[in-house]
Design a binder for this molecule. Structure first.
Ligand code: ATP
Ligand code: PRP
Ligand code: MG
Length: 280
């Protein structure tokens, strides 16, 4: 039975559970459940602290897990990124009071507060900067006001928390992070092929929609040129007429522009449908 680690709390937990549900897996009803067996899919889910997911995967006690790229790097675990999951996006940045620092080199000799000490130590070392890293559990932004650090290094999403603490981002981003599926370094990729295929299927279904339209046969090539589709469009002659019906996968973000362009070349009865899951 495949063993998968899922974040039990924090920003990654709800979207991870939602993704697994859409991929056809059973998920827990009670947030106090620690383990859930999905017999039908031959998978066992372990609900773990997001920070600990990489530790278990690295130790090989679970086959794969969902975590953040920043958490994976900070864990130092022997696990590798397998698939980007398209949620939980953030950047990891340095910040300080205005005027204190403008580049990473200005951190030299200062105190840096963070909940991601390994990630920050690696980053400082790779730039030849020596600093004193102060490890905190959270609410890192308060460390400057409270006098335990000169600089913070933390997850930034909207930047609201930093602004509220009177801090300003400086230097280049340390990391761009998002939720990822990880696996043990030397675990066979085939073991998680079905899981990977299902997750990819949901991610593709979220990015694309299905567009159907009818088009006069002499406009067919022009219409196909507007949206060539994922591979090639499905084209069917309409009975007793010189029209064709076309079905094509279109990036969700382009959907309205493509519908406008199809209408302009003579397509009619243009319909867009949501996809639930896809195998390509
Ligand atoms: N706004 C955000 N705040 C914190 N983490 C975020 C945010 N957006 C995305 N993430 C990602 O979520 C992961 C951190 O999740 P984690 O559960 O450890 O912290 P959290 O969401 O801040 O929850 P907690 O309330 O336990 O601090 C990281 O991969 C981080 O990049
Ligand atoms: O850029 P923003 O949109 O403001 O989000 C980023 C903030 O959110 C998280 O804190 P969280 O609320 O999880 O508290 P914590 O620091 O105790 O983890 C993170 O650690 C940052 O502080
Ligand atoms: Mg947090």
């Amino acid at each position: 039975m495949l063993r998968i680690a899922v974040p039990n709390k924090g920003s990654l937990s709800d979207p991870a559970v939602q993704l697994l549900k859409e991929a056809g897996y059973k998920q827990r009803r009670d947030p106090r459940e620690l383990v859930l067996v999905d017999e039908r899919n031959d998978v066992e889910f372990f609900f773990l602290r997001p920070r600990d997911v990489a530790v278990y995967v690295g130790a090989g006690t679970v086959d794969a897990g969902i975590t953040g790229r920043d958490l994976l790097i900070d864990s130092g675990a022997d696990a590798v990124e397998h698939l980007e999951l398209g949620f939980g996006g953030s950047t990891f940045r340095y910040a300080a009071a205005p005027g204190v620092a403008s580049s990473i080199l200005d951190i030299d000799g200062k105190r840096v507060a963070t909940s991601y000490p390994r990630l920050v130590e690696q980053h400082l070392a790779s730039h030849g900067v020596t600093a004193h890293v102060v490890r905190l559990d959270g609410a890192v932004e308060s460390s400057v006001r409270l006098g335990v650090a000169d600089v913070v290094a933390d997850v930034v999403s909207t930047g609201t928390t930093l602004r509220a603490a009177g801090l300003e981002i400086f230097g280049d981003p340390i990391l761009g992070s998002e939720a990822i599926l990880i696996r043990a370094q030397d675990a066979p990729v085939e073991d998680i092929a079905i899981l990977t295929g299902r997750l990819r299927g949901v991610l593709t279904a979220r990015r694309f929609v299905l567009v159907d339209y009818d088009v006069p046969s002499d406009r067919l090539d022009a219409a196909i040129a507007v949206s060539p589709g994922f591979e090639a469009p499905t084209v069917t002659p309409l009975h007793g007429s010189d029209w064709h019906a076309v079905r094509v996968m279109v990036p969700r973000a382009e959907m309205n522009h493509i519908m406008d362009a199809l209408y302009a070349v003579g397509a009619r009865a243009i319909l867009t449908t949501e996809l639930l899951a896809v195998r390509v």
